[in-house]
Design a protein around this ligand. Sequence first.
Ligand code: GDP
Length: 478
Amino acid sequence: ASLVTVLFHLGEMATATQSLDEDTFSALGAELGYQIQIVSPEEEDRELLEDFNIDIEAELAAETDEELEARPPVVTVMGHVDHGKTRLLDAIRKSDVISGEAGGITQHIGAYQVRHVHEGVDRAITFIDTPGHEAFTAMRARGAKVTDIAILVVAADDGVMPQTIEALNHAQAANVPIVVAVNKVDKEGANPAKIRQQLTEYNLVAEEYGGDTMFVDVSALQGKGIDDLLEAVLLTADAGLDLRANPNKDARGVAVEAHLDKGRGAVATVLVNSGTLRVGDAIVAGTAHGRVRAMFDEHDNQVKEALPARPVLVIGLTSVPRAGDTFLVADDDRTARQIAEKREAAERAAQLAKRRKRISLEDFNQALEDGKVETLNLIIKGDVSGAVEALEDALLQIDVGKEVDLRIIHRGVGAVTQNDVNLATVDNAIILGFNVRPAERVQELADREGVDMRFYSVIYRVLEDVESSLKGMLKPEF
Ligand code: GDP
């Protein structure tokens, strides 16, 4: 109330809850004898990000050749429901000779490593043990890039299905190369050639057809073709990916799974991106912190250290991090706690800032003029595939001018899902729904994330809005 009085004396009528412009704030500061510094949410966000978030890519770029050593690829298995993702992950786990000898039974900790002899060299491959693209996208939405290669499972007796397309869209949006596992080839009516044919439509052209995607026929049920699949993963990794990391520094990485265990407290499976994680290290994972009391591998063996791309179960955190949270090693316990606290505060600030930063159809043209965007990313969902295709064709025919790149990063049939919103978050896209509504709780998520979601029942209205937006003439909706 006293501020309101001061403002009144300055000639400003204000209420206690009203927000003020910058000039008024400065005048208020001067009147009270304070120097007011206005920090925009973006600025504040950036400073905090620099201090407490890990930009693994930037760090990697700064490493010299001598410091880097080869690391195993990290693989996620995706595909349509019931096409055999879980079975395949099991079959791969079982194919590991070495674990059979030395390790014993595999525990589910969220990720595991197998070994495969490639051209006489014994190499490791890390698998994320949560099948599906939902986990993949949720992690990406957190800023974590965990996966190097995606295995797209397609059942040879069923063919390309909606979630097959969704999965490949997600992988392609993340620039993650795909190896196709044509599964269930043991079944009667299996038609592996048809799968290759169908997928050419989605830019996945098999090597035998002159493309550069590896297709491998497998039977997860019978454990057939698994070696060939692992071989294809390594070949794909060697062909285009520079998978190296510096093991000689404090570890950083990502939490892939975490939960509260009755006996052991907060347990988290982390994947080391670079450096080496050791028992005794003070760590921060998301907003959780603590000291590594013990580490276990997927065979429940205690380990003392974990190298890059090695998943380990960590005990000793004071709370449970979320899947996709980054972790790092701090100098000591106190620093770890402070970073965790700062991150928590930053998260709250970022949440607010985020809403302001996301693109909407109304402000697209302004952002374009300001040089903040170059592409208009769209996600389209419709009630029937014909409508989705018609809409896509019509949108792609809009004269967008030279400066703009209009991209449809995902399309699909059905309600707008949380997944669509996550994808929109990651790629700063606008969601257009045609004769569909958002699934439950999706509107809430979109509001929280500040994703612009629009619903239509007439195609030309969609075109009208997108065209007006490109010209900067779309009026805000109230
Ligand atoms: P997910 O939903 O993609 O994880 O699929 P699941 O791994 O749960 O498999 C779905 C069903 O397909 C199960 O009944 C599996 O036993 C079966 N299945 C998986 N792989 C194969 C295979 O290679 N051949 C046959 N015949 N059945 C399979």
